[in-house]
Design a protein around this ligand. Structure first.
Ligand SMILES: [Zn+2]
Ligand SMILES: [Zn+2]
Length: 396
């Protein structure tokens, strides 16, 4: 129980950190002040943080040797105008911590503060990973986790833990599950090519709008007829662009959309079947171009790490505050880490009344419960290092 008490004693400090960051948000790969702030706080604890890891990330280690557990917090904000009327509202026009990554940083600083006081109990290394740009990718398709991995942040890491505040889950609750936790996300960009002509004489051309309609129907058939009904899968068209006037059949149609799945086998099948659906355009005398860009994989929570985390949550929280679940078709780039080393991701409920939606201009959280997230992470890291579980090869 002592870690929970120590964390509770830190609750005000964690809130202060979070509100400072909330007032000073920075976009992905521009987290310069944020990184400086994190490094400054870590130095105060006697740690030796490394900056510019994964471009604007910060990493620090406590203890050394094996095993090594990494604890991850993302640190980027979003291009949204903060419309809240609170004293810690964003001071940067058009930029806002609308997903709660400020809270993740504050909680991880809390974990570092607690574990520094328990260095004697650490049989191994705790690596604090402050990751930039979770919310998107740069023009070369790299997000913060990708670049941190390139900078060897996972070298020697045996397990990794990440948490996310959840603005719609009751404040002070804990939620996770074994297995898939977030979706793999791929994006497609297509062009359906026909032959333009007068709208009154369609037989003189090849109508790409008509062909596109067939393709959209066929794509719905992939989900309905080709994929096992027990396997989650989504293909959504998000953009369709064509035409210049009511009486002209245009020469081509441009489309884009998102593909979501959990199982890597389903992910591959969706990509193949989507390509087949676009090939329909040839049956109608047209042609197509299709580019599928692979984004993040899905998070697959390691069963033994879930068990450990749940034991810790059970020690700190009454049973009604702990639930099994959290799987959604959203994406989270923690998956980049957890596809390489065994990992677990969980939600900390932080709902206000009424709840505020993530990525909305009034997003806010009940930050009085952040100390619980800090306590759960700190205690899990301690228990893991004191009694390392064997996470077998291939058991992600
Ligand atoms: Zn977000
Ligand atoms: Zn987020």
């Amino acid at each position: 129980m002592t870690i929970l008490k120590e964390s509770k004693a830190l609750a005000e400090q964690i809130i202060q950190w979070r509100r400072h960051l909330h007032a000073n948000p920075e976009l992905g790969f521009q987290e310069f002040e944020t990184a400086k702030f994190i490094a400054g706080e870590l130095e105060k604890l006697g740690l030796d943080p490394k900056c510019n890891v994964g471009r604007t990330g910060v990493v620090a280690s406590l203890g050394s040797g094996k095993p090594c557990i990494a604890l991850r917090a993302d640190m980027d904000a979003l291009p949204i105008q903060d419309e809240k009327d609170v004293e810690y509202a964003s001071q940067r026009p058009g930029v806002m911590h609308a997903c709660g990554h400020d809270a993740h940083v504050a909680m991880l600083l809390g974990v570092a503060t607690i574990l520094v006081n328990h260095q004697d109990l650490l049989n191994g290394e705790v690596r604090f990973v402050f990751q930039p740009f979770e919310e998107g990718q740069d023009k070369d398709g790299f997000g913060g986790a990708d670049l941190m991995v390139k900078d060897n942040v996972l070298d020697g890491v045996d397990a990794i833990i990440g948490q996310h505040v959840h603005g719609e889950l009751e404040a002070g609750t804990f939620q996770t599950k074994t297995g898939f936790f977030s979706a793999a996300v791929d994006t497609f960009y297509g062009e359906i090519q026909g032959k333009g002509c007068h709208g009154a004489y369609p037989h003189n051309g090849i109508d790409p709008i008509f062909i596109t309609a067939q393709i959209i129907n066929a794509v719905q058939g992939i989900i309905g007829r080709r994929i096992d009904p027990l396997e989650p899968a989504v293909i959504s068209f998000g953009e369709i662009q064509a035409g210049t006037a009511a009486n002209i059949i245009p020469p081509n149609v441009k489309v884009s959309g998102t593909i979501r799945s959990l199982d890597p086998k389903i992910r591959t099948q969706l990509q193949k079947d989507l390509t087949k659906a676009f090939q329909l355009s040839r049956s109608f005398g047209g042609n197509y171009k299709l580019k599928i860009t692979e984004g993040y994989p899905s998070i697959e929570n390691n069963p033994k790490l879930v068990q450990l985390l749940r034991e810790v949550a059970t020690a700190f929280l009454p049973p009604e505050k702990i639930s099994d679940g959290g799987l959604g078709m959203g994406a989270e780039d923690f998956a980049v880490f957890s596809s390489l080393v065994p990992g677990v991701f969980y939600y900390l409920g932080t709902a206000l009344d009424p709840p505020r939606l993530h990525h909305g201009p009034d997003f806010d959280i009940n930050d009085s419960v952040l100390y619980i997230g800090t306590a759960i992470m700190a205690e899990t890291a301690l228990r893991y290092l004191q009694n390392p579980i064997t996470l077998e090869n291939g058991e992600k």
